[in-house]
Design a protein around this ligand. Structure first.
Ligand code: NDP
Length: 253
């Protein structure tokens, strides 16, 4: 049976797999009505909604390419209609990463990474930020960055440029949106083991754990404290910040 929608509305991008999938469930368990987008994994997204429903929790999964303005407008409008409320939390999580030497990097690949990772963050922040500002109740915007915010990584120039952009976007957006009581912060994960990292790099943990001061790779659960902190009442005077959740690996680097 479909659960009635209850709790403040949280919008999260890219909730079908990995970190986003975990955060959808965790935010729902924390009391949010969570609306999330996906691009190419409808089955995973619907399975997630059903699993939460079985626990008596409410979520909504909608297809939306984060880099296409008309789709973002439709996604946000449907989420608001579903919840009957303006969002109080936006998590810009959707992101893609591919590896290529700079000298061989396709123009199309560059565009797709920048469009997904950076333009998607801009579009959602603008559209949701406008709703939050007009509602006059403040809100929290959390951008998922990366340790690539601060380090050079060969063969990842598109990704590092997009994630460096996220950090700077976070700061400037925080300054502009502060007058509306909207905070904008960035959570920057280190090496976080997900289905994607297991598929793409079977030696992920073996590579990262020995160079991480806390001696292991992270899990999506490791990001939850930072997300709930930036979303919650205890951080209402904290904005424009990046918090690295990386087991110390990028502090050491
Ligand atoms: P995944 O590939 O597992 O998940 C990415 C999510 O983004 C999926 O739900 C995917 O949806 C969605 N997505 C991708 N492109 C689009 C798009 N154009 N429109 C809408 N949704 C889209 O990655 P992770 O969970 O590992 O990464 C999540 C975030 O964390 C990313 O921003 C990533 O850069 C960041 N990060 C991850 C780290 C890690 O070690 N895992 C380290 C540092 C940062 P679908 O499958 O439906 O297309």
């Amino acid at each position: 049976m479909t659960q009635p929608v209850s709790g403040p509305l949280a919008i999260l991008t890219g909730g079908s797999t990995g970190i986003g999938h975990y955060l959808v469930g965790a935010l729902a368990r924390a009391g949010y009505a969570v609306a999330f987008s996906y691009r190419s994994s409808p089955d995973a997204a619907q399975a997630s909604v059903q699993a939460l429903e079985a626990q008596g929790l409410t979520s909504l999964a909608l297809p939306c390419d984060v880099g296409i303005k008309a789709q973002v407008e439709a996604f946000v409008a449907q989420a608001v209609a579903w919840a009957g409320a303006v969002p109080t939390l936006l998590v810009n999580n959707a992101g893609i990463q591919t590896w290529s030497p700079l000298l061989d990097l396709d123009e199309e690949r560059w565009d797709d990474v920048i469009r997904t990772n950076l333009k998607g963050c801009f579009l959602h922040t603008q559209i949701v930020g406008r709703l939050m500002a007009d509602a006059g109740q403040g809100g929290s915007i959390i951008n998922i960055g990366s340790g690539c915010n601060k380090l050079a990584f060969p063969n990842l120039v598109d990704y590092t440029a997009s994630k460096g952009g996220i950090e700077q976007f976070t700061k400037s957006a925080a300054v502009e949106l502060g007058r509306y009581g909207i905070t904008v912060n960035c959570v920057a994960p280190g090496a976080i083991a997900t289905e994607r990292t297991a598929e793409e790099a079977p030696d992920y943990a073996a590579t990262w754990a020995p160079i991480t001061p806390l001696g292991r790779v992270g899990t999506p659960e490791d990001l939850l404290g930072a997300v709930l902190f930036f979303a919650g009442a205890g951080s209402r005077f904290v904005t424009g910040q990046t918090l690295w959740v990386d087991g110390g690996v990028f502090t050491r680097a």
